[in-house]
Design a protein around this ligand. Structure first.
Ligand SMILES: *Cc1c(COP(=O)(O)O)cnc(C)c1O
Length: 388
């Protein structure tokens, strides 16, 4: 395996093909031409590795694919126009009518909608389980279970699954395993090394890291990626543009720096919250108080920038006043960029025409970006003064 520095700074970049320019060009083309019929026929031996048409393979996207595959210790990778497109493409590629899926209950919202609403229309059924205990996964398996879908940690309460045990179980039953590895990023967790078959990402989060591109990633073996490419990827066609791919290549240069910095600052913010009298409970996989701390340390080299905390507020009004005082964390969904964010559950209450969030209104998810931890903590300190 190439060194991380090699992957992020050089791998996949054939500079002699573009004037030895240090930065790769944006090959902004839909189409490619052939000097003769022999070259044309040669290209069609494998559309994934040749340049025919940019829905299949584009040279700028190809550079990105090679880096992402290497980051996840995979043979190959596909890049899609969003994380959700990557998830849907990977999931659908491993199912047919009559199949059953076991999925962890804390999975990303649109993943759950895919499995509970869209795929049942095509004869696929799904059981959602608490994946913190592998026994729940075992109990949910059926004769027709074809896919085990994991997300570890999940992105609100950070529930972990034992990846090695899950991979072994799936293998022993001939079931394909897929994991959403967006939260830990390949810097801190490499599921393929535990035996998981396919890794998907919302590259919108850490991989690009600058809050300016939406993309998804599928990583896996040469055979599985080739199969997905030839059927689901080419038919669903949810690709990324060459320009966006180039932005992500630039984002990746600092992936290691960004993720480590975010982890370091997040630990400081998590410890601050953990010690605060107006916080009832903090959820963060690398705090010793976290119920799955030992497993987190065993299978992850670090944790992401998301923390959830239950605030000791007496009323919704008090909670709203607290949130209203926070200024250096911006109110938003998503995460993984340079900017720190809060996603207060109370924002999912009292929306016209929608049921209230199933999570308590005093739960807040924080994302710690690249600002100084002390500067962020100072802001939280003044916000907590609302309770005095
Ligand atoms: C954001 C997110 C997704 C969806 O990715 P998009 O790029 O927004 O389509 C999937 N999984 C997790 C864990 C996410 O945070």
């Amino acid at each position: 395996m190439p060194h991380l520095s090699e992957i992020l700074m050089h791998l996949g970049e054939d500079r002699e093909h573009y004037f030895n320019a240090v930065s790769p060009p944006v090959i902004q083309t839909s189409n490619f031409t052939f000097k003769d019929l022999t070259a044309f026929r040669e290209a069609f031996t494998n559309e994934l590795t040749h340049h025919i048409y940019s829905r299949g393979n584009n040279p700028t996207v190809q550079i990105l694919r090679r880096k992402l595959a290497a980051l996840e210790s995979a043979d190959d990778a596909l890049v899609t126009g969003s994380g959700s497109a990557a998830i849907a493409t990977a999931v659908i590629s491993n199912l047919k009518a009559g199949d059953h899926v076991v999925c962890v209950e804390g999975a990303y919202t649109w993943t759950k909608i895919l499995l509970s609403q869209l795929l049942p229309r095509f004869g696929v059924s799904c059981t959602f389980v608490d994946g913190r205990d592998i026994q729940n996964i075992k109990n949910a398996l059926r004769e027709n279970t074809a896919l085990l879908y994991l997300e570890s940690p999940t992105s609100l309460t950070f529930d972990l699954q034992d990846l090695e045990a899950c991979a072994d179980l799936a293998r022993s039953k001939g079931i394909v395993s897929i994991i959403d590895n967006s939260y830990a990023s390949p810097i801190f967790q490499k599921p393929i090394e535990f035996g998981i078959d396919l890794v998907v990402h919302s590259g919108t989060k850490y991989l690009n890291g600058h809050s300016d591109v939406v993309l998804g990633v599928i990583c896996g073996s040469k055979e599985m990626i080739q199969k997905i490419f030839e059927t689901e990827f080419m038919t669903l066609g949810g690709i990324i543009s060459p320009h966006d791919a180039n932005l992500v290549i630039r984002g990746l240069r600092t992936l290691d720096l960004r993720v480590r910095r975010s982890f370091e600052s997040t630990l400081k913010v998590a410890r601050f919250l953990d010690g605060h009298p107006k916080v009832k409970e903090v959820l963060y996989p690398f705090l010793p108080s976290f119920p799955q701390y030992e497993l987190a340390k065993r299978q992850m080299r670090g944790a992401g920038g998301l923390i959830s905390a239950y605030i000791d507020a007496d009323s919704k009004e008090e909670m709203e006043a607290f949130i209203g005082r926070i200024k250096r964390f911006l109110i938003a969904v998503s995460w993984g960029g340079y900017e720190s964010l809060i996603m207060p559950t109370i924002g999912f209450y009292d929306i016209k025409g929608r049921p209230d969030s199933p999570h308590p209104w005093n739960l807040v998810r924080f994302y710690v970006g690249l600002e100084e931890a002390d500067w962020l903590i100072e802001d939280l300190e003044q916000a907590f003064e609302v309770f005095e």
